[in-house]
Design a protein around this ligand. Structure first.
Ligand code: AP5
Length: 211
């Protein structure tokens, strides 16, 4: 099964994708995590995209498409795409991949005030990709990742100006995908507020895989 998680920055795509992948045995393909990993390891791609990401803008379609295709090669049991596609061009390129079949698109809907609160309080582990929140899901030891013990940081794009830009880019470039996938009969919309586990339940119910 292949699933796309759609949603504004901070909607909980990464949080839910991790839980759903464990539960359903799927691969987690986050283009944001792939780009951050490229930056951390100092590759040419990483250097090329750093300033674009920090400003809250979208990286080029060719760069993310190449990363995604690499990830899909290893996802033999299916995947959850988190943060991809981000615009209609990426959606069309995904549809043209000969071996990829998209089963569901889940849109996680969260009011804008809650998005800003979540993003400004998020602390991220750049080593393993885990996300925490200073108020909603703090780590056991302040500033330290529960999963791998690395230091937690505030992402550069989680600062106020970049958050505003990301929300604007989402409205302009990504929100049209809701309509696109709705017309194809693939869209399932779920409320993304409430406890993390409740949101997971809504998603599994929406795609008919409660197990
Ligand atoms: P990316 O990493 O994909 O960022 P994003 O889409 O902006 O999403 P986020 O990671 O900010 O949020 P999320 O929805 O995953 O929420 P999370 O679960 O962490 O992309 C970053 C950048 O990379 C882009 O701006 C762009 O430059 C580039 N990029 C990536 N993909 C691209 C593409 N396809 N094309 C072009 N460029 C691309 O949760 C957020 C916080 O809320 C956390 O603190 C979490 O603990 C908390 N939280 C989660 N659920 C709940 C809940 N139910 N209640 C309370 N708090 C919650």
């Amino acid at each position: 099964m292949n699933l796309v998680l759609l949603g504004a920055p901070g909607a909980g795509k990464g949080t839910q994708a991790k839980l759903l992948c464990e539960r359903l045995g799927l691969s987690h393909l986050s283009t944001g995590d792939m780009l951050r990993a490229a930056r951390e390891s100092g590759t040419a791609v990483g250097r090329e995209v750093a300033a674009i990401m920090d400003a809250g803008q979208l990286v080029s379609d060719d760069v993310v498409m190449a990363l995604l295709q690499n990830g899909l090669r290893d996802a033999t049991k299916g995947a959850i795409l988190d943060g991809f596609p981000r615009n209609l061009q990426q959606a069309n390129r995904l549809e043209q991949l000969p071996t990829f079949h998209l089963d569901h698109v889940v849109s996680i809907d969260v009011p804008v005030e809650a998005l800003v609160e979540r993003l400004s309080g998020r602390r991220s582990c750049l080593a393993c990709g885990a996300a925490f929140h200073v108020a909603f899901s703090p780590p056991e030891r302040e500033g330290i990742c529960d999963s791998c013990g690395a230091a937690l940081v505030q992402r550069a794009d989680d600062r106020e100006e970049a958050i505003r830009k990301r929300l604007e880019v989402y409205e302009q470039s990504t929100r049209p995908l809701v309509d696109h996938y709705s017309k194809k009969g693939l869209l399932r919309a779920v409320h993304g507020t409430g406890e993390v586990g409740e949101v997971t339940q809504r998603i599994v119910k929406s795609i008919g895989v409660e197990r």
